[in-house]
Design a protein around this ligand. Structure first.
Ligand SMILES: [Zn+2]
Length: 79
């Protein structure tokens, strides 16, 4: 025995997809809000809060990642 009433009409695909898109947007917004972003003091780029800036390598005004020593992209393997 059905616990809820039987749908009277078949639902249009657009109606289902509209409901799903609303749910998707809500979930996406929630994810963005969870990611704590802040502005870097040195280069004013967006960075993760409580973490060193990936662009300039500073954290709280001091350099923690030396950008000059950053490894070059490996393009070929030397034997
Ligand atoms: Zn920075």
């Amino acid at each position: 025995m059905a616990k809820r009433s039987t749908p009277k009409k078949q639902q249009a695909n657009s109606q289902s997809s509209r409901r799903y898109k609303a749910y998707q947007n809500k979930a996406r917004k929630r994810l963005v809000d969870m990611t704590a972003l802040s502005k870097c003091d040195q280069c004013s780029e967006m960075k993760l809060a409580h973490a060193a800036c990936a662009t300039c390598g500073t954290y709280k005004g001091r350099t923690v990642i030396d950008q000059s020593k950053a490894m070059d992209k490996i393009t070929k393997i030397q034997a």
